[in-house]
Design a protein around this ligand. Sequence first.
Ligand SMILES: Nc1ncnc2c1ncn2[C@@H]1O[C@H](COP(=O)(O)OP(=O)(O)OP(=O)(O)O)[C@@H](O)[C@H]1O
Length: 250
Amino acid sequence: MTLRLDSLGQRYGDQRVLHDITLTVPDGQLLCVVGPSGCGKSTLLRTVAGLQPAREGTVTVDGTPVTGVPDQLAVVFQDYGRSLFPWLTVRDNVALPLRRRGLARAERRAEAERILERVGLDGAGRRHPWQLSGGMQQRVAIARALVCRPSLLLMDEPFGSLDAQTREDLEDLLLEVHRTDGTTIVFVTHDIDESVYVGDRVVVLSPAPASRIVLDLPVELPGGRDQIATRGLPEFVALRAEVGRAVRGS
Ligand SMILES: Nc1ncnc2c1ncn2[C@@H]1O[C@H](COP(=O)(O)OP(=O)(O)OP(=O)(O)O)[C@@H](O)[C@H]1O
């Protein structure tokens, strides 16, 4: 799916949050959005998700203006603990979005198990979210987002509160999903290293108020991504420095 923002502006009352954001995310691109706290990253995602109407400008998905939650869209939030239903098993949490598809219960469960295996949670389907670690819960949230095979995936600081090892594992899981499914992904993070590691492209927003795009950087790195080797590449270090300078405004 191709996502297009055209002169997008957002405000809350008198507070101008986003200003003149123009951006095209081609089908299958993994775009990272980085910016200081409060610059409007979550607001941007909520607008793309159709949860909040654009105050200025337009958002289109495959040429159609977004007026409500687009079909084929899935969202993963940072706050995985609150996004899962504690009274449902892991498998039923993951299967929930399939209800709208009219699949029979057995089919929903089989599909949920298949996705759980893909995110490395085979065997956890009968447990409840509160019986899992934070990293496992976030895998469940990712599985639930993937179960409907979305064409557009929005992720709002999804790994922000995880320990470093779990975070790296989930970054690699995301890259694997992106490689095999070709999903268009908008990934919000405040972590500069993470943006360069997972992104095909990094967009940096200026500080509040009236945040705008101050850097739009393609990420071209040789070879496949590897947590140790990639982060040591001179190209990676140079891109990280460029994003860092843009975030700091210098
Ligand atoms: N529903 C709302 N009503 C009023 N103001 C809001 C609302 N949501 C966000 N804001 C304000 O808009 C600005 C941008 O918020 P937003 O959450 O989009 O930023 P962010 O870049 O995602 O921040 P962070 O990195 O801290 O999560 C902030 O000043 C915030 O207080």
